[in-house]
Design a protein. Sequence first.
Lengths: 503, 503
Amino acid sequence: MNKEHETAYERLKDRLASISDLSSANALLFWDRQTYMPEGGVAGRAEQMATLSRLAHEMFTDAETGRLLGSSGDPDPSSEKGALLRRVRRDHKRAIRLPAELVAEITRTTTLAEPAWVKAREESDWALFAPHLEKIVRLQREATEHLGYDDHPYDALLDGYEPGARKAQLETMFEELKGDMVPLVRAVAGRAKEEDRAALLHGTFTEAEQEEFGKVVINAFGYDWERGRQDRSVHPFCINFGPGDVRITTRFDKGWLAPALFGTMHETGHALYEQGINQGYARTPLGGGTSMGVHESQSRLWENLVGRSRPFWSHYYPKLQDTFPEALSGIDLEAFYRAINVLEPSSIRVEADEVTYNLHILLRFELEVALIEDELPILDLPAAWNAKMKEYLGITPESDAEGVLQDVHWSNGLFGYFPTYTIGNVLSVQFFDEAIKQRPEIPAEMKEGKFSTLHTWLRENIYRHGSRYDPDELIERVTGRSLVTAPYLRYLKNKFDELYDLD
Amino acid sequence: MNKEHETAYERLKDRLASISDLSSANALLFWDRQTYMPEGGVAGRAEQMATLSRLAHEMFTDAETGRLLGSSGDPDPSSEKGALLRRVRRDHKRAIRLPAELVAEITRTTTLAEPAWVKAREESDWALFAPHLEKIVRLQREATEHLGYDDHPYDALLDGYEPGARKAQLETMFEELKGDMVPLVRAVAGRAKEEDRAALLHGTFTEAEQEEFGKVVINAFGYDWERGRQDRSVHPFCINFGPGDVRITTRFDKGWLAPALFGTMHETGHALYEQGINQGYARTPLGGGTSMGVHESQSRLWENLVGRSRPFWSHYYPKLQDTFPEALSGIDLEAFYRAINVLEPSSIRVEADEVTYNLHILLRFELEVALIEDELPILDLPAAWNAKMKEYLGITPESDAEGVLQDVHWSNGLFGYFPTYTIGNVLSVQFFDEAIKQRPEIPAEMKEGKFSTLHTWLRENIYRHGSRYDPDELIERVTGRSLVTAPYLRYLKNKFDELYDLD
């Protein structure tokens, strides 16, 4: 870098640091709203969050940022500077391609759409939400034309969550998954026994003891409490305000262990990623996870590949029984393991098991593509939803509230986001297999309640890099190949064949 | 207002609303740091707060704000628009008079000075802090020259906390107070008996029950929990993010009732003021208390004139005894009342009684004036401090840690702030007397644990106006005259003459 480039780059970094500070402050406004804010704060908080978003957006898209980006030169793309500039230039291009008018119109529309969706779901009345969604889809289509794409408008949306991902690749991925999963689901249909669910569904589990047990587990995972904390919220999430403050939230249900138990592990997976990022990347665009899909791979890895595994529970189940002797003393490890791994189609995505979860996502992906292609009239969407539910899962939702109206995402204009959940599932196994290949002692350690080899491997290979590598580069770097479904399908087949005696 | 003025005024208000949002976000960053932030968040939080302060300051002092202020016309000064413009023009003038260089230098200096002060106090070593204070005082003097003043440079500093207040007025006020108080303190010296403190000092008071009792009390005061909440912090404070979210924090001491009990009432006094402001003033410069002194008058009114009074405790003491039967059953109302009103000189301001508190402030005021006049070398400050302690309170601090190093204020560059504490004390009685004059039923209601007449009167006459009136206008409007010490001195004389049989 010559002197002029150097100066521009440093000024750009200062500017990006201020933008990062605004985003962190906005994240705290969000965290507080979900955890502690009194009801009276709603209106003021909405104004505060809108102002901080607007200022950050203005600062990022104004002429000065463009000028500094243009004057920062072209350092070696494999260097940190090169990686930072590449990411910022891409984000900047996206940001300035969208006209301010359109951004404002999307904000206005989704601000009205979310409460309309809440009401529509409450009353299970599609007509209340349909006109809002109609407008949202129209604006999303408009956005794709401004953003630009090579093959398909859906790619332009996807790119905002999973840089480099393409609709065509996802179709291949889902085709492979569907080929194995639909038959698996059919084979298992009706085999899950009532008593399989009993262990988790019944009993009283005091909140304080659930919390304590969860803490013991995530301590063992390696969650750093000096750089984090745990609070309660209705919808659990992980959020951070820099690498030194990465928080999780949890929802507790006194009659049911699953939400807090697996929710805590899931959010901790996200948190370990953020806590593990090179601290030198703080306040830069490299200081966060590289994509939604890679992030989700880490929450799923800790939740499912660790938290729903035999090795994990062979160590922790006796401790869980000690914590809840009344509810669990009559349930042995095997019954418990079966209970937390029941495979059974249901209408609701967020309650789905490891297998059917992806079919819920597939359905949404296909419908989103059809909407963006303008091939599916909004009024036909509920019927299309139910038809796909029947086809993939063999069930029909009892109402639109339990069907097409169940998720908040579309009301917020999040098109192209759902597929990252399945990308995360697939990647979780691809990464986990690689970890075990390189460090074969991991499963034995898990049996002893130890996770430091796994955690260290993930930190060294994935976490510390933050957004330095794009998702496809990172996957290649870590596993020697791009995203593949085979390891994931093999994992599911082994696990559920054994659980349901399918062979 | 003509059309052009109208347009400029509306744009100015939008701009001020954004600045207010930045300040509210920064206030939340502060609240979180004092209550829940994990240790690892310190560095990132400092950056976030610095960035938000800087952006708010830049937006307030840039050319566009100046232009809009100049184009907004001169509406009737008694109208809300007139009041808003007057306040903003004054604040703007102050803000642009300080060169950015000087502001940055003050920030840098105080950022280093506070940890130096912490260390100096820990080791009771004046020499560690003296060079920092030397520089701070020099910068404060420099600031007064930029800010400008008519009579005395100290006025320029004072004006930042108490608009319109002048050093000469404060001297008169303190002269009047000193004339009565120093003799009173001497007359009482040594009369406070050991057992007078016993009721509060000894015993075990569980935190949960202290909290519950405090909640019952501030519920009765009228604190609105839908627009607020209570958390724990080492240094209690009241903070708000708009009128819909006004929070307090409390410190609990298991062996001593006073900090939580009176601290909660004190912070609630501040909170009732903020919760009571006309909600239409939200996100404008009228939407906060009009000055530090008037704010403090409300915290003191609820803490002292209500919370340390006989009528209040004749209702609440039986309930307090029920809450802590073991510690309090042997202590009657009279003994308790004496215990919470012990008059006794001590070294530490924050632990001082109602009378000697003001002498602590007087001492600081006189020393600040001498420093700003450059009449007192920093190295002589500890000796000057101790000499005044001897003269006003008859005691000598055991160390500089308990003397000149006890307060954080100077290390933060807060010169001109201390006097507002005594202004608050004096005003609390002037307002309270007026309330009782207009609504004579107030004391009888207090005996029944009812405060709605008092609260309503304060809201109607003081709270709802926010910053619409300057402090001197407000005092005149409410009490028919400017600040006077006579009611306050009469209150203290009556209370302590009776307590110590001085007549």
